[in-house]
Design a protein around this ligand. Structure first.
Ligand SMILES: C[S@@+](CC[C@H](N)C(=O)[O-])C[C@H]1O[C@@H](n2cnc3c(N)ncnc32)[C@H](O)[C@@H]1O
Length: 206
């Protein structure tokens, strides 16, 4: 009988190679600058951390980093990368749909993951984000957006849901917006060239 996983990434992350590489996302330095405090005083939550490249980068900058992902294999790789680099990341398996934390953070971010939220969990998720972000804290989220002229990416998971253009921005009415953007870009993940449309927001809790 074949094993069932809710996300294909459980398998993708199993090998020694880093599926997403180990180079951090380009927006992380903007996040750190926006918080405008010494990184040693900054707590970070990475939601859907994959194999940990971004979490490890933020820890390397001196931040106190908490990170979770649905995949055991991703969390194992995150811990391994942290160990190799010589930093500490509090990494664990959890589901974006029902994760719990008593902590508050100065930076909360999630890249390529919130499309795994079930419809009924989207509004409660952003309420939770508001509660767990310190005043003056910065959040960054991006989400894949449906465009009729783009094909569904070949590595699309069955539990992923494309969002509508602009839907992400509606959850930040009471936040100070630092950046809002929609872009279309080429991707070669899985070895097949394809295109994504993505909405992104960076906002400050005031
Ligand atoms: C496109 S990858 C992005 C990974 C990472 N943020 C990065 O940029 O390298 C999407 C991630 O969402 C994770 N994921 C899928 N469903 C999830 C869920 N229900 N809760 C938490 N993470 C989930 C996957 O395991 C995968 O690591």
């Amino acid at each position: 009988m074949s094993e069932y996983f809710r996300t294909q990434y459980e398998k993708c992350y199993e090998g020694d190679e880093y599926y997403w590489g180990t180079e951090p996302a380009s927006f992380l330095d903007d996040l750190l600058s926006a918080v405008n405090r010494d990184p040693s005083e900054v707590s970070v939550l990475d939601i859907g951390c994959g194999e940990g490249k971004d979490a490890v980068y933020m820890a390397g900058k001196g931040c106190r980093v908490t990170a979770f992902d649905l995949t055991e294999s991703g969390i194992r790789k995150t811990k391994k990368l942290a160990e190799n680099v010589g930093v500490n990341v509090n990494a664990f398996v959890a589901d974006i749909n029902d994760f719990e934390t008593d902590e508050k953070f100065d930076i909360v971010y999630s890249t390529g993951t919130i499309q795994y939220l079930f419809e009924e969990n989207i509004a409660p998720f952003f309420e939770k984000i508001s509660k767990i972000t310190n005043i003056g804290g910065i959040v960054y989220f991006n989400v894949f957006v449906d465009k009729t002229f783009l094909e569904l990416p070949p590595d699309w998971d069955k539990e992923e849901k494309m969002w509508k253009t602009g839907a992400l921005f509606t959850y930040f009415g009471n936040w100070k917006i630092h950046m809002i953007k929609e872009s279309i870009f080429e991707d070669n993940s899985g070895g097949v060239k394809h295109y994504h449309c993505m909405d992104s927001v960076m906002a400050e809790r005031v």
